[in-house]
Design a protein around this ligand. Structure first.
Ligand code: LLP
Length: 430
């Protein structure tokens, strides 16, 4: 469900025509619907209402402050994976007591800062990390609340780059070794064992991997509780998929029933780290057609087209990186004539495409196009490759829209750069 729709021949986000945003802010621009964000959060929260739970929005999906604040205003916490995310989360008003910190490579300064701020828990991914956290907590005279991120060795059946719960992945501690590390942690004065954590992957479209992982985690929690550990939180990660093309992901209620069912009867709060399912379909990337040209491949009438738009792989990396599908939709109604085309950006790489061999309306230069379902891992994975300033971001609420991040000014492309003093200044004209 989302609030982007065709109304009187033009695509609107809630009550705002996308054309108006493009005219005011320029393109490329990410547009987010506040109503969709709130709706998604509400649904996710409601399906877990029968179970003590805490939603920790996985902000790597989209770290814009207005997005984080939308969720924290609704009671959400945040799942972070870096000191940078910690600082953004705090700036957006997230209470530290609702922040969980995952990631295989936490650095000392990051651990110190998280401890100083008093986050809810560290999701620890290795014995060495555990030892480092212990040493830092001792030095700071604190107790670090921890969960171990266990790797349940479950195949999430998703793209290999975003599957995390298999033995061969770098994430977590193998579930069979976890008991030993828990016993070690429980003996440390500066560590407080509070939970168990697990995250098996992203864009899951089947329920069974969640069920398998939750079952294995439950067995571990039972063992830990029998050993006398005070497990108060079970963090089951994120990963629930969305529809980009024709996927049919599990219904949130089905997902909640599976998770809540697995931990029934335990005196724990379930932590959830949804990212994509909250923001994915709440955002589009709005881009304008710069040029069209026939491909040199083939000949005659059926010839493929190139549609060259002003957004590129630096703005939305997912198609180039994972071959992912994003629907490409005209913002204003067009001729019914269809052509087969690659939608490509201005970047100097043949891997720079937003869609390939796609049947699309016969677009013309100047047309506005919406790249759908771009709210998650869109802006957050964008870069300035080819020295392209990052896109602006806009949030819509009802009939209002506001820029929630300005287009990156050109001067910021060289911010922090210095010319090395040993470089000759000869040849300068001024
Ligand atoms: N928790 C942890 C520990 C994670 O690593 C992730 C995502 C999440 C939660 C949130 O997962 P979600 O609910 O969004 O599936 N760039 C890729 C996705 C990478 C996901 C990384 N981890 C993409 O564009 O598909």
């Amino acid at each position: 469900m989302h609030h982007f729709a065709m109304k009187r021949g033009e695509m609107v986000c809630e009550g705002v025509p996308l054309g108006r945003i493009a005219d005011a802010v320029g393109t490329p621009v990410y547009v987010y619907s506040h109503a969709t964000l709130s709706h998604h959060y509400g649904v996710f929260d409601r399906v877990f209402s029968g179970t003590p739970h805490l939603i920790c929005y996985s902000m790597k999906a989209n770290p814009n402050g207005s997005i984080i604040r939308t969720f924290t205003n609704l009671g959400s916490g945040v799942d972070i994976v870096s000191g940078g995310e910690l600082s953004r989360a705090l700036a957006a008003g997230t209470p530290p007591s609702k922040i969980v910190y995952s990631g295989v490579g936490k650095m000392e300064w990051e651990i110190e800062e998280a401890l100083r701020r008093g986050i809810l828990m560290f999701n620890v991914e290795s014995r060495q990390e555990l030892e480092t956290i212990d040493a830092i907590a001792r030095k700071m005279r604190r107790r670090a609340p921890i969960a171990l991120r266990v790797n349940p060795d479950v195949d999430p059946k998703t793209h290999p780059y975003i599957s995390t719960g298999l033995k061969k992945n770098k994430f977590g501690i193998h579930i069979d070794q976890a008991i030993r590390d828990y016993e070690w942690a429980a003996r440390r004065r500066h560590i407080e064992v509070v939970g168990v954590d697990c995250h098996i992957g992203s864009q899951l479209t089947e329920i069974s991997p969640f069920v398998d992982a939750a079952g294995r985690v439950r067995a571990l929690v039972d063992r830990l509780i029998r050993k006398g550990l005070d497990i108060r939180f079970v963090d089951i990660g994120g990963g629930l998929g969305i529809t980009y093309e024709d996927e049919i992901p599990p219904d949130p209620r089905q997902y909640a029933d599976a998770i809540a069912g697995a931990f029934r009867g335990l005196p724990v709060t379930i932590i959830l780290e949804p990212g994509r399912v909250l923001v994915g379909n709440a955002g589009v990337l709005l881009t304008r057609m710069l040029y069209t040209k026939p491909s040199q491949e083939g000949a005659g009438k059926g010839k493929k087209q190139f549609f060259i738009v002003d957004a590129a792989m630096n703005d939305l990396a997912r198609p180039s990186l994972y071959g992912s599908y994003h629907a490409i939709v005209p913002v204003t109604k067009r001729t019914r004539r269809k052509v087969v085309a690659d939608v490509v950006g201005p970047i100097c790489e043949s891997g720079d495409f937003l869609a390939r061999d796609r049947e699309l309306p016969a677009f013309a230069a100047g047309d506005l196009v919406a790249v759908m379902s771009a709210g998650a891992y869109g802006f957050s994975m964008s870069s300035t490759y080819n020295s392209r300033p990052r896109a602006a971001e806009v949030m819509v609420s009802g009939s209002r829209f506001e820029v929630v991040r300005e287009r990156e000014p050109l001067r910021d492309l060289t911010r922090g750069e210095r010319t090395a003093s040993f470089l000759s200044r000869r040849g300068r004209t001024t």
